[in-house]
Design a protein around this ligand. Sequence first.
Ligand code: AHR
Length: 513
Amino acid sequence: MKISSLFILLFMCQSLLLAQETRITVNADQNAPEISKHIYGHFAEHLGRSIYDGFYVGDTSAIPNKDGVRTDIIKALKEIKIPNLRWPGGCFADTYQWKNGIGPQEERPTMVNSWWGGVTEDNSFGTHNFLNLCEELEAEPFISGNVGSGTVKDFADWVQYTNHPKGSPMAQLRKENGREEPWNVKYWGIGNEMWGCGGNMTVEYYANIYKQYATFMIAGENKDNLYRIAAGATGDDYHWTEVLMRDVPKSLIEAVGLHHYAVIDWEEKGPATGYTEEIYFKSMKEALKMDEFVTKHIEVMEKYDPKKEIDLVVDEWGGWYEVEEGTNPGFLYQQNTMRDAMIAGATLNIFNNHSERVKMANIAQTVNVLQAQILTEGEKMILTPTYHVFKMYTVHHDAKLLPVAFDSPEYTFNGESLPAISVSASKGGNGVTNISLVNIDAQKEHKVEIDLEGMDVKKMQGQILRSGKIQDHNTFDNPNKISIKDFKDFSLKNGKLSMVLPPFSVVVLSSTR
Ligand code: AHR
């Protein structure tokens, strides 16, 4: 071969290699928003083994507990700095009569949990249990109130019961039930999924009754700064958001909700473990739709609220699969694999990058239900891959967003493609720069170079979540198969950070002094 041909060949090989590298720029934009820690919120519904035989084992249980709540769960949630907890539903919320969940436990009336397995709800876990738990967790309570089958008066009474200092009928009742000081609950959901289990309403009808609830719960002006969240749309129902934004006066609303689950087919949701790459690809396709949904709902909001006075709250999201064999279909108990870590990492990056309008989100759900962070079996408890992603991402809580720009390489399967890489970055109040990267590609590693020039980053440390197979998960017999590991496989030279992201991995890098 002639020398000139050799040069051409070498040049072509080099171009090919460079083409495979993804270049990411991170910008320090002074006007970028803070990433609200409330994006990292959680959700506990009276559903299956979420509360009973999940969080709550009762104070006579042999399982170590604080006022009936498992101490291992409390410890685990504190470690991921749980910022808020949504309760008591979900669909259950619009059937819940809160007054049946206060007073002596043995005297509380029972009810049928009609949405979730038709089991008897004995109301032993009620308002005091929930709000005291939030105090213990140092998390903000987010109460989802009953609009579908409750009354305006019941709702307003609940607010008075939790928040009024003294000298009102509900503050007096609270005191008689053993709690003098109010809890001052700020976050209130006004119903849930009103287009479905909340009452099968049109949004035009709901917008009217929303105003009624939002008016009487504050009784005049909103002097306690309650944060009222209108039950939002599902997926791409932009009309829902449009009507709420158009018809509800700004004095009555602080946020609009949105729900989106990564479900491949509601009739055939596929297994939580042991799935094929085809199913994995479909799940990721559904999960990544979050970006489009959030973007377009925000566009509608922008039209009516260019000053961004009303927030978007994604108060239910996550992967939803068939229940584990042998478990009650109404309990929605599913295992949690590396696929769920991919969904969590990519979705949280989407929320971070939209943090100008997305101020809160709640993964569904915390314990033993859907994309859980924690699973329990008797006295055993395991932390899922999703939990580990939440732990790695705590660095972003209340940090300033650093906008990123890049063209993602593609993850291709059966002729269809998805963006393989997702990224978000932030700078904490402590001056630390953080970058979270997810490679959802089930087969290929991807080489990335991140331009941090002018960002005063000299040294970094990293963590990684990865495993041998995408279907891998933690079990009660092997609880640490998937855990966070140190990641050192990167270089930082002249403001350029280079690394190879392994297939289906989550990496978080933070600057050090
Ligand atoms: O999270 C499970 C259920 O999903 C919730 O109860 C409901 O709001 C949604 O449809």
